[in-house]
Design a protein around this ligand. Structure first.
Ligand code: WT7
Length: 682
């Protein structure tokens, strides 16, 4: 029915002659290069490759000069004496400095013209729009800071935030920071058990939540879920709950929505609390540079989530400087990062980074396809969004829905497109550039992690050519390397482990409550350098190509194969929308390659297509990479942040029951469907 497409975007992997190292030469033949559009480059902060090189060299050779200059517009109540103290695995940056991050994000803007500029424009799923200026945001943050003080929250106390995409989630984070408390935002899509575990791990004193949030036309009863979490003795550390009334009492609510019940003594209505607390001070607590700012839980290779701890000054420096250069933020931008505040992208690039730059940020409450697949594009058009930062998984979903959706809207205000979260396959990259960016906007892929705090690898939009599928070059101050498992550098184009050789300001400081795990997990594997857990290669132009987690790198008959490469090959087939590749134990080959695919609407599944897809991969990547089994699925199991849960697929592929933690799975029905699904041998 369909024949594999041959085109410039089809990756071509040649197997290496170097059988001894058991690595394959994963040289994707992706040779397209896109120079920064000249209209963009002319106005960009860094508009030339040479300027990037110069700043990069300076950031490594003279970090003191670089960071002093680049943080000059931020507010430090006391300047730092020492740029970095490094005692493996502990970094202390900007030692001697004293600050409160909210003064850089809010107070500093109030003196000038930004005072009445929109800081956050919020669109609810129901269509209502609320704008908070910098002055209003500051007022709300101060009011809640007083409320937190009234509840007895002070420096170093932990506060859990369990909210939807509402501007007051940002207010809650900033209010914690203002009093020196450590916030831990728990994504509103997590189940009560997951919330309880996180509260228990950091012994949070207060939970900040909201009555409910809209998602795809349904109400998520967040307050009720908090009640469930707190019913457990494991969450006994919590003595107060603050509840934002997000629902409009006059609006018609679904019949089955139970009104919120408040527990006297424990539960406080947000606005009542602020009224009660009028007598407290809202002054920013001035803290030392290394004072913890937040804990964010993230999944590791084990089932137990890790509490990644970030500090104040270093984190601020990292997110400020990356926001400024990567998004090339200017005063008039309407910047939209579509992540949820529950993830690190939301922390760094909805809240702290852009606000520290005085930007206008758009926040959207609901689902990208509600009421239809035109929602994002209608938001871009109606609000005049200039910068869009989203994830490949979203881009692929939009591709599947069809380009008639973006085509129906005027997207001409867009000037920069960012991507984050997973490798972006060249097809999605090209579609993003064309269907969304009108071939006019630079597409900027950004590689980083919860642990890195801010963007690490990127093609700076005005200065560096982009290659579809590559995450580009190191950001300022970042010294990456590709090494083998003994820590020895590997040759260009040979795959290996991506490590970071020197500390950077916004790096993880420890794993909350488990410094040994922190040391072991990140610094012991490869002799004292930070191990990212990702496999990557660097090409002969110095560009990094992130393959995926090393735990997702397969070894099939002695060939090392990146699951991302298999997936990229599969989605380059016209019938395929999304794909996930996993290994299955195999007596002969060590591992056999199993792929799960979702198809475009109306495509018939069956053994013929299965073998066609296997052929296609073999054709794109080499025969060794031909999947052993192709399985068709309606959907792939994903975490709520959109990552495909390969661990589950591995279990399914191997025919065993899933054991680990399922709390991050977005839709449990996907699992049972996958177990029953039709199977075709490739
Ligand atoms: C992992 C980190 C970064 C914020 C959101 C995710 C993968 C992230 C890219 C990219 C290829 C990427 C890596 C990384 N990843 N961005 N641009 N290209 N892979 O944060 O949940 O901590 O996940 O996401 O595998 O290690 P996170």
């Amino acid at each position: 029915m369909t024949t594999p497409i041959e085109g410039p975007s089809t990756p071509d992997i040649r197997s290496s002659a170097d059988a001894a190292s058991q690595t394959i030469d994963c040289r994707l033949k992706e040779e397209r290069r896109f120079t920064p559009p000249s209209a963009f480059a002319e106005r960009a902060r860094v508009g030339l490759r040479e300027e990037y090189e110069k700043l990069y060299r300076e950031s490594l050779d003279d970090p003191e000069a670089f960071w002093r200059r680049e943080t000059a517009d931020l507010v430090f109540r006391k300047p730092w004496k020492t740029t970095l103290e490094w005692k493996l695995p502990h970094a202390a940056w900007f030692v001697g400095a004293e600050l409160n991050i909210t003064e850089s994000c809010l107070d500093r803007h109030l003196a000038g013209p930004r005072k009445n500029k929109a800081a956050i424009i919020w669109e609810a799923e129901t269509g209502e729009v609320v704008t908070l200026t910098y002055a209003q945001l500051h007022r709300e943050v101060c009011a809640l800071a007083r409320g937190l003080r009234w509840l007895g929250v002070g420096a170093g106390d932990r506060v859990a935030i369990y909210m939807g995409m509402h501007p007051f989630a940002a207010v809650a984070m900033l209010a914690c920071a203002r009093v020196g408390a450590i916030h831990t935002v728990v994504f509103g899509g997590f189940a009560p058990e997951a919330l309880r575990d996180r509260i228990a791990d950091c012994r949070a004193k207060v939970v900040i939540t909201q009555d409910a949030a809209w998602r795809r036309g349904k109400l998520i009863p967040l307050k009720r879920m908090v009640d469930d979490a707190l019913a457990s003795p494991a969450a006994a550390s919590v003595d107060a709950v603050v509840v934002l009334r997000r629902l409009d009492a006059t609006a018609s609510l679904p019949q089955d929505f139970e009104p919120v019940t408040m527990m006297p003594e424990r539960d406080h209505d947000w606005s009542d609390l602020c009224t009660k607390a009028k007598g407290e001070t809202d002054e920013a607590a001035i803290v030392p540079s290394e004072h913890p700012l937040f804990i964010l839980y993230t999944s590791g290779s084990t089932g137990q989530p890790k509490g990644v701890l970030h500090s104040s000054a270093g984190y601020l420096a990292g997110v400020h400087v990356t926001s400024k250069y990567v998004f090339d933020l200017r005063e008039e931008d309407i910047y939209w990062c579509t992540a949820d505040v529950g993830w690190v992208t939301g922390h760094s690039y909805i809240v702290y980074g852009p606000l520290s730059c005085g930007a206008t940020c758009l926040m959207y409450e609901g689902a990208p396809n509600h009421p239809d697949w035109g929602r994002f594009w209608s938001i871009v058009e109606r609000h005049g969004v200039t910068i869009l930062y989203t994830a490949p998984t979203a881009i692929r979903a939009f591709m599947r829905a069809g380009r008639e959706w973006p085509d129906r809207h005027d997207l001409s205000t867009l000037r920069l497109l960012g991507s984050v979260g997973e490798p972006i396959n060249p097809e999605a990259w090209m579609w993003y550039r064309d269907a969304v960016g009108g071939n006019r906007c630079p597409v900027v892929d950004t590689w980083w992690q919860t642990e890195t705090g801010s963007i690490m690898l990127v093609t700076l939009p005005g200065a560096v050519d982009a290659k579809p599928g590559s995450t580009g070059l190191p950001f300022f101050g970042v010294e990456p390397a590709i090494v083998d498992s003994n820590g020895m550098p590997v040759a260009d184009n040979a795959g290996g482990l991506l490590v970071i050789k020197r500390p950077w300001p916004s790096m993880i400081r420890t794993v909350w409550g488990d410094d040994t795990r922190f040391h072991k997990q990140y610094f012991l594997e490869v002799g004292g350098v930070y191990v990212t857990g990702d496999g990557a290669r660097r090409d002969s132009d110095g560009y990094y190509w992130v393959v995926g987690r090393v735990d997702d790198v397969l070894n099939v008959a002695g060939h090392r194969i990146g699951t991302a490469e298999i997936e990229s090959a599969l989605v380059s087939h016209p019938s395929v929308v999304e794909a996930a590749a996993v290994g299955r134990p195999d007596e002969l080959k060590g591992q056999a390659l199993v792929v799960f695919v979702t198809l475009r609407h109306g495509i018939e599944t069956g053994p013929a297509l299965a073998s066609e897809l296997a052929e296609h991969v073999g054709h794109c990547l080499g025969k060794f990479a031909r999947p052993d089994t192709v399985r068709f699925a309606d959907a792939l199991p994903k975490t709520r942040s959109g990552k495909i849960m390969r661990r589950l697929l591995k279990d399914i592929a191997a025919g065993r029951a899933s054991t680990g933690d399922l709390s991050t799975l977005e839709d449990l029905t996907v699992l049972s469907q996958l177990r029953d699904l039709q199977e075709g041998e490739g």
